[in-house]
Design a protein around this ligand. Structure first.
Ligand code: AR6
Length: 231
């Protein structure tokens, strides 16, 4: 039986040039486990063009810091494909640091279908948001708002109208949302990371001293937000 942290072996058909079926299957051990779990995408590394190697170092550093503080909770970094550069960088850096694979692992799949397609129960998911906390705009933000239905937009508005880089907003998901009923997601945490894309607001123009600080703050806010739900 494949272990929980090596989901690459679980039913993936993600072969170059062929249909991309997200990894995971419903009969593996993770599906039976109700441990509080946060699934999160790599913040800022796609549309916001943040350097992948620097981002991977920060993810592992923050995961180590927070997973040590959290008893009985798991953190899962998610991306859409087995070819994900950020997933492989984080996987190898986490292995080098002997990160506990019960508390942290990587997973290939759509963050809006982790349970229904991947058999992975995650009660909380993170979103790489925009500063206005608005639906659309592509990437994981568009997918999460689409999958959650209008309930997420109204629940988000009740919590905040905007978010500044390095911060997170915890939003309880109404039980009528399809993400709640189908996937078992009770909270979405919006996170705004540093932006290195000149086409997007608040571009840091390759200032990685500032950018790394903002990305560290973003993961700290995210993991603190998750800890506040689990507590
Ligand atoms: N499931 C899992 N991971 C995903 C999914 C998905 N459905 N979709 C994308 N990813 P990005 P950013 C991964 O660009 O760089 C938005 O338009 C993706 O492969 O969504 O922080 C917002 O509105 C990558 O690893 O976020 C902001 O304006 C990661 O999610 C801006 O983009 C983040 O990619 C934020 O840019």
């Amino acid at each position: 039986i494949p272990s929980a942290h090596d989901n690459s072996k679980l039913g993936s058909k993600d072969i170059e040039g062929q249909t991309n079926i997200p990894a995971g299957s419903c009969h593996n051990q993770v599906s039976l486990d109700d441990t509080p779990t946060l699934a999160f995408p790599s913040i800022s590394t796609a549309d916001f063009q943040f350097n992948h190697d620097k981002a991977a170092d920060i993810i592992v550093e923050k995961v180590v810091e927070y997973s040590n503080k959290m008893e009985n909770a798991r953190l899962v970094l998610v991306d859409l494909t087995h070819r994900s550069k950020i997933l492989s960088l984080v996987k190898s850096k986490a292995a080098e640091k002997n990160v506990d694979t019960q508390k942290f692992f990587t997973h290939v799949g759509d963050i809006t279908r982790l349970y229904s397609t991947g058999g992975l129960r995650c009660n909380v998911i993170a979103n790489a948001a925009n500063w206005r906390l608005k639906p659309g705009g592509g990437g994981v933000n568009a997918s999460i708002f689409d999958a959650a239905g209008p309930e997420l937009e109204s629940a988000t508005k009740e919590k905040a109208k905007t978010v500044s880089p390095g911060n997170a907003v915890v939003v309880p998901l109404p039980s009528s949302s399809p993400l709640f009923t189908r996937e078992g997601v009770t909270h979405v945490i919006h996170v705004l990371g540093p932006n290195m894309n000149p086409q997007r607001p608040n571009c840091l123009n390759n200032d990685y001293e500032r950018g790394c600080k903002v990305l560290q703050d973003a993961y700290a806010s995210l993991f603190e937000g998750f800890a506040s739900i689990v507590r």
